[in-house]
Design a protein around this ligand. Structure first.
Ligand SMILES: *Cc1c(COP(=O)(O)O)cnc(C)c1O
Length: 426
């Protein structure tokens, strides 16, 4: 087994990956593989994608030198890749635009997607609006209720949000529902999977569309003479991290570090640590083989994290394989450490991380002082933190937030009274 696993071989990364799906999905997956191979080599497709990246997403995103954080931590030079400046606020748009453009070239008219916290649904809805495609997003009923701001944004972009009422009514049920839809409409529909996982070719395809992050860094570092010692990214399904790491996987350096959600503790149901946790097992779910948090019967265990984007029970197969060879190292950050990192970078650099990305920030805070001053440590800020105000405000300023919410409810209800009165008088 070679040390470098930069893409799959027949859909596998070492023993992980594959295509474990119902027979009806084999044909659309095969059609997708062929189209992906074809268009990734097509000059016109790549030029169109580059133009959209530049003018619509806002690429390239800056590689920001963080002078105050560097001085305080007293070791490596800290750099932050500002993916949060991408249109829609996170890296997810890189994949959504890539897949939607590919689907359009394939002649598909309709896009479906699954979403948990709503970030992938939002990016897909925006990409469909931009490219003129019909969009349906499957979302667990529990998540629809918890994530109203994102549901509102998806609807604003013209997407239909379908609340899934089966099972635990969360992300994994939304995935199952999206796969069912795809199986019954393979001719006109493309399923935009949101992370670097699922059946082949999704892990390769999502990595390729996200690898724009790592490629830009390689160029930016070269131009500015930055010597990269280590790169750190948060790991949910693994799309921002694998895209960030991709151009460096076949090289011996820099160190590549993935950070999982440590939640509130090491116990079952207290975190989402698929590589570093004690409930981590090999298994097959959602069409691929990888490491998951499973009970003895192979059922998905509950997960916990303050960041909604890091609480999926599985990890992309390529990262599982790279963890096995040791090319990618894994660690975790607790909710409390992520919150501290959020505050640290906001106050010292004027940069508000998404809660997911703050896990990478937390690991960087620990690592930087152990590194030499002539090396760079790059943090991938996968998204910006504006979206998390409903989670961070109750932590940092609970009383004021409660008063604000009460006042908003009062205001809405009194406006409703006035509105209703007007309607009756009309
Ligand atoms: C969804 C999300 C993640 C986690 O997903 P990956 O596929 O692991 O990248 C991380 N950060 C942000 C901002 C997200 O929206």
């Amino acid at each position: 087994m070679s040390q470098s696993i930069s893409k799959s071989t027949d859909g596998f990364f070492d023993i992980y990956g594959g295509r474990y799906v119902a027979e009806v999905l084999s044909r659309p997956l095969e059609e997708l593989s062929k189209a992906f191979d074809y268009y990734m080599k097509d000059k016109a497709f790549n030029e169109e994608l580059d133009t959209i990246r530049r003018d619509y997403i806002g690429r390239e995103t800056p590689l920001y030198f963080a002078p105050t954080a560097t001085k305080i931590l007293g070791g490596a030079q800290i750099y932050i890749k500002l993916e949060g400046l991408a249109n829609t606020g996170a890296h997810k748009i890189n994949n959504a635009i890539g897949q939607c453009l590919l689907a359009k070239k394939m002649g598909k008219k309709r896009i479906i997607a699954e979403t948990g916290a709503g970030q992938h649904g939002l990016a897909t809805a925006a990409a469909c609006a931009k490219l003129g495609l019909d969009c349906t997003v499957y979302m667990g009923e529990v998540d629809v209720r918890r994530q109203q701001p994102n549901v509102a944004a998806m609807e604003m972009y013209g997407a239909k949000v379908r609340a899934v009422t089966s099972g635990s009514r969360t992300l994994k049920d939304a995935v199952n529902e999206a796969m069912r839809d795809w199986a019954s409409h393979p001719d006109d529909t493309h399923y935009v999977l949101g992370s670097a996982l699922g059946p082949y070719p999704f892990p390769d395809m999502v990595r390729e569309f996200q690898s724009v992050i790592g490629k830009e860094i390689k160029k930016q570092a070269m131009e500015r003479g930055i010597k990269i010692g280590a790169m750190v990214a948060c790991v949910g399904g693994g799309s921002n991290s694998i895209g960030f790491f991709a151009p460096f996987i076949n090289e011996k350096s820099p160190r590549l570090i993935g950070v999982e959600a440590g939640g509130v503790g090491d116990g079952i149901g207290e975190n989402a640590a698929r590589m570093t946790g004690n409930a981590s097992r090999e298994g097959i779910m959602h069409g691929y083989k990888s490491r998951f948090l499973l009970d003895e019967d192979g059922q998905a265990l509950p997960t916990r994290s303050i960041s909604a984007g890091l609480d999926y029970c599985g990890i992309g197969p390529q990262l599982a394989a790279l963890g096995k060879t040791g090319r990618v190292e894994f660690t975790s950050a607790k909710d409390s450490e992520a919150l501290e990192a959020l505050s640290f970078f906001a106050k010292n650099e004027g940069i508000l991380f998404a809660l997911e990305s703050a896990h990478a920030g937390a690991a960087a805070i620990k690592l930087a002082p152990t590194m030499s001053k002539d090396e760079a440590l790059i943090i991938n800020m996968s998204g910006r933190g504006d979206k998390d105000v409903f989670i961070t405000s109750p932590v940092f300023r609970k009383e004021e937030w409660l008063q604000f919410l009460h006042a908003e409810i009062d205001r809405l209800e009194s406006e409703k009274d006035i509105h209703d009165a007007k309607l009756m008088n009309a």
